[in-house]
Design a protein around this ligand. Structure first.
Ligand code: ATP
Length: 442
């Protein structure tokens, strides 16, 4: 968290007014990292396949959407209050919660509080549309992006002429009035989701559920997450949502323990059937060839952008001693690193800054680059290590003689001499090469 703030990834929101709990703003490198995470998700959904299309639906939808989806009645968490310390907790997540007055018992045993009985608390944020605040104007900020996909099923079917199996994918903000937030950006009230609804013939649902569990696992490991830190945990019967016949949580070993990173659910025909009933529209597929009419079943991989970012940062964070000095480094996969290459003059004289600036300008159109001339070279390398920049190009005295530069590798610290001519090509090649975390033991 300290690194995220120090290096401009993530700031506590409204800090100059004393802050608002569990709300964060993303700074420059946070925006770049987040954009890269989202771009990689889009790449895996759209570019690498041809059976998924994109959608971007509204945050405020017709209130009946939430009636049909079951959120109005059932999107609740059990809330308990403490009679003495007055804190509020989620009854199903008491684990490491702490009482506000009494020192805690052993970790994981829950707070030593005098708890009330649990009552159900709806997590949807309510608002009013238009100038009149009455029951007719009630609307909700969407608590998930998924429903925006289901209500567009018919549009997409007609427009894209898709045939099951096919998917509709969306990235966007969601809002939940969580009872307890915390663990940095792990659980906040405003967050971004990356959700895809995959519509399949009912008989193929199980196979596609397995397919998406494998695919989503591969996405995280391809982007450098160490496999030992990931786990698929099937929901027990008591955990399953009302709509789901099977759900597995893809969990990551966060510093507070294994916790959900993404849910991959087999939702059956629940959503389309509900929306068909509530809207009066037919939401089904008619197969012209077999003359078969059916309501597709739905497989849903639902991920959080912020949680994914947290996992990438945690997994990449490393410290080591190099020549007697401590170094902090984010060993991010180059494809998600905010900046790919830093172009640095060795010293701020003898024409080196000017030449470095020219080189920077020649590569930045091809690959995200940064030019940095302030401070000692050691300090500048450390700064780039901390924001996870995989390569550093240094312009020195020799550059001015033979037009070569040193190319420094963030992880191995190896430095090789390469010609300026063809530098952008060489960096682009490196960016497409397979990568594995240097934190993995062989
Ligand atoms: P949890 O059990 O942690 O509350 P959930 O099962 O309610 O999560 P889903 O409804 O399946 O979550 O949402 C899909 C994904 O959206 C989650 O896996 C997570 O990555 C992200 N997400 C959900 N709620 C939050 C939140 N409050 N803050 C950040 N990300 C969230």
């Amino acid at each position: 968290m300290a690194l995220c703030k120090r290096r401009g990834f993530i700031f506590p929101s409204s800090e100059i007014y004393g802050g608002v709990g569990s709300t964060y703003d993303y700074g420059h490198y946070g925006v770049l990292l987040k954009n890269n995470v989202k771009a990689e998700w889009w790449r895996s959904m759209l570019q690498e396949r041809d059976d998924i299309v994109a959608i971007d639906s509204a945050i405020i939808q017709h209130p009946r959407v939430w009636e049909a989806s079951g959120h109005l009645a059932g999107f609740t968490d059990p809330l308990v209050d403490c009679r003495t310390c007055k804190l509020r907790f989620r009854a199903d997540k008491l684990g490491d919660a702490q009482c506000g007055r009494k020192p805690s018992k052993r970790p994981g045993e829950g707070p030593d509080c005098e708890l009330t009985d649990a009552r159900e608390f709806n997590l949807m944020f309510e608002t009013h549309v238009g100038p009149v605040v009455d029951s007719a104007s009630v609307a909700y900020l969407r608590p998930e992006t998924a429903q925006g996909i289901f209500i567009n099923f018919k549009n997409v079917l007609q427009f894209a002429r898709m045939k099951p199996p096919f998917g509709i994918a969306q990235i966007g903000k969601s809002f939940r009035n969580e009872i307890t937030t915390g663990n940095f950006i792990f659980r906040t009230r405003e967050f971004e989701q990356m959700e895809m609804e995959f519509f399949v013939p009912p008989a193929e649902a199980e196979r596609w559920h397995q397919h998406w569990m494998d695919e989503r696992m591969r996405w995280y490991t391809d982007l450098g997450i160490r496999p030992d830190n990931l786990m698929l945990r099937p929901h027990g019967a008591d955990e399953l949502s009302h709509y789901s016949s099977a759900t597995s949580d893809l969990e990551y070993r966060f510093p507070m323990g294994f916790s959900e990173l993404e849910g991959i659910a087999n939702r059956g025909d629940f959503d389309l059937t509900q929306h068909a009933q509530h809207s009066g529209e037919k939401l089904e597929y008619f197969d012209q060839q077999t003359k078969e009419r059916y309501v597709p079943h739905v497989i849903e991989p639902a991920a959080g952008v912020d949680r994914a970012m947290l996992a990438f940062i945690v997994d990449a964070y490393d410290t080591e001693e190099v020549e007697g000095r401590q170094r902090t480094v984010l060993r991010l996969h180059p494809r998600i690193a905010p900046v790919k290459v830093a172009v640095l003059p060795l010293v701020s004289k003898e024409g080196m800054p000017e030449r470095a600036r020219e080189i920077f300008e020649s590569v930045r159109g091809r690959i995200p680059a940064e030019f940095d001339e302030g401070g000692s070279i050691g300090k500048r390398y450390r700064r780039q290590d901390e924001i996870g920049t995989p390569w550093g190009v240094t312009v020195d005295g020799q550059t001015l003689e033979d037009d070569t530069v040193t190319l420094r590798d963030r992880d191995s610290l190896e430095q090789v001499r390469v010609p300026v001519d063809g530098l952008a090509d060489a960096l682009e090649v490196r960016l497409t090469e397979p990568w594995r975390s240097p934190k993995l033991s062989d």
